[in-house]
Design a protein around this ligand. Structure first.
Ligand code: ZN
Length: 296
């Protein structure tokens, strides 16, 4: 018996050493931009606008405050996936050097690229509310120009829900979310009250918010991350039940025409497309492809 444990220990140790892993939890962070401190308008989140430079700096600062809290709580490794627009928003050398950065697009799992079953927890930073929420800064779902609503098994989903189900697919719990007040409330209603949320701004409209004093925001992000990792065992993994029925409601009927050509997809209304999948990841990828086609 003792020998068996010794062999097991050697296998585990060799495995960890081979992967270059340190002991302790591994955390995956997906970071969007609309829910970042200071951001209230599309001119700040578009790379062709003069206001963008300041917002991408704030984006790195919000993530860095979260990373600092995670390391204070004993995390071994942090992987950050840049998840907005071009997905090249964070200037690589402005990220906390202890974390790795996934940068650029397209990538198969989009905002969740890089996650797998080896992570112990997932954190969403700078997230926003689903299309049709008010008051909520820059509310939309995946594509503001195309998507009016996305439902999975009848439940209308913001990006945070769609992405939390990807984490759930890999058995990883989402332990923390940051964004505006309304997004935090939406996250708790879907992911549960044990989720740690940090509202860095109070939404006062689609293009207006009252930001926390900067130092206070950073303090809350740091302390929130520390608390979230410490109580990660209390948060349930978010899972939806198969078969997964996806419904995509587009903004106008023309946008439904190209996606409806795919034989797996049924056009159930002038602006509504639906399909089912037994595998959530396959369904999510088809959904993304349909949104891409709808925008053509
Ligand atoms: Zn975004």
């Amino acid at each position: 018996m003792k020998r068996m444990f010794a062999v097991l220990a050697i296998i585990l140790f060799t495995g960890a050493a081979q992967a270059g892993q340190k002991a302790g939890p591994r955390v995956f962070i997906s970071v969007d931009m609309e829910g970042i401190w200071g951001v209230v308008h599309g001119n700040q989140t578009s790379s062709d606008s003069p206001e963008y430079g300041a917002a991408r700096k704030w984006m790195a600062e919000d993530v860095n405050a979260v990373i600092a809290g995670l390391f204070e709580a004993g995390v071994a490794e942090v992987v950050v996936n840049d998840s907005h627009g071009s997905m090249r928003n964070i200037v690589a050398d402005t990220l906390d050097p202890r974390a790795s950065l996934i940068s650029g697009t397209p990538k198969p799992l989009s905002m969740m690229q890089g996650i797998d079953g080896s992570f112990d927890a997932c954190v969403f930073v700078g997230y926003h509310a689903r299309a049709g929420t008010a008051p909520a800064v820059l509310d939309h779902t995946i594509s503001g120009g195309v998507v009016r609503a996305i439902r999975v098994n009848g439940q209308e989903m913001p990006e945070l829900g769609l992405n939390a189900a990807i984490a759930g697919y890999f058995n990883v719990p989402v332990i923390m979310l940051t964004g505006d007040t309304e997004t935090c409330a939406q996250a708790k209603s879907i992911l549960g009250d044990e989720l740690v949320t940090v509202a860095v701004k109070e939404a006062q409209g689609r293009y207006a918010a009252k930001n926390l004093p900067l130092d206070e925001a950073k303090k809350r992000l740091r302390e929130g991350a520390k608390e979230a990792l410490q109580k990660k065992g209390q948060v349930a993994v978010f899972r939806l039940n198969p078969p997964f029925k996806f419904e995509l409601e587009v903004n106008n009927s023309a946008q439904a025409e190209m996606p409806a050509l795919i034989y797996l997809v049924k056009r159930s209304g002038p602006r509504t497309l639906e399909f089912s999948s037994d595998d959530y990841l396959k369904g999510f990828k088809l959904l993304r492809a349909l949104i891409g086609l709808a925008g053509v």
